[in-house]
Design a protein around this ligand. Sequence first.
Ligand SMILES: [Zn+2]
Length: 340
Amino acid sequence: MNKQLLVIMMGLGLLMMGMLGCQHVQKAKDQALDDLNKIPTPLASPSRSSIPLIPTHFPPIKIEKLPSPPSSLLKSRTHTITPKPIPSNPPQPKTKTLNKPSPSQLPNTPKGSHVRVRPYTNLSHTGKKIAYLTFDDGPSLTTIQVLDTLKKNNVHATFFVNGNDSALGIAMYKRMAKEGHAIGNHTYSHHYAAIYRSPKAYKRDVERLGKLLEQVVGYRPTIMRFPGGSNNTVSHRAGGPYIMNDITERMLADGYTYFDWNVDSEDASGRKMSSRDIYQSVRYYTAGQRRIIVLMHDAPGKQMTAEALPAIINYLRGQGYQFDVLRRSSSTYQFLRPYN
Ligand SMILES: [Zn+2]
């Protein structure tokens, strides 16, 4: 009996304790909610209570696409940095300069230098603007188109020709002379190994062409241009490092005047040049010069030069240049020139 009473009392005690516990938990919950409402909100809102404790709406998060890291960074992670491949046709730097010989390019003359380090020129920097268009290495089929364009635009130019006694060559020489262009000597063979062996070998080749031209057009040109230019180094192989000094001296002494150029169309630069590239080169090198000797080529395959010619003429005319042909008395531009 006592045992039964004890069990009942223990049960009641447990029940009361449970109820008290529940009240305690509820109190704690209420307190927590109250505390939560007391947390200051950063939002300036007139009725803080209207802000739901748990936001029901999330503004859409803008996920911006992150730029992909530079490939060099990716490569560095794996320590496999490889040098940038050099493009086969690198863009021309803006700081390109004219093909002036640097002291290191010029041969050292043993007993006092008789070579000018800087190009020699007496082209005027004042007065009217004159353009001397020059074409080397013809005549060829390209010459026909060049002559047609010159005729159409009423422009006279200078042709530094090679030897070509074919029917086409003869016809072209005649047409050049008849249409008022100047003909200059660019050697008969243009064969570096043969012409640059000695001053004598050079002159022999020049005279061979002079003879042919005398027969065809009636005169021997006294104006000339060295194959590769007067400062070329391809001649060193045939005639040694001082060969151009000796040849220029000899040719001047024999009454020839030679012309290099101060505007390079770069149509023989070895790179593949479009007609637009050629036109741009002429524009680039022309800038700031009042007298220009423009190097171009009418050799076989120089189609792009012929195609660039109308735009070149238009441009130069627009810039106020008049066209003229080179004569023995004309001002010149020479990359290399003996002092005497
Ligand atoms: Zn040439």
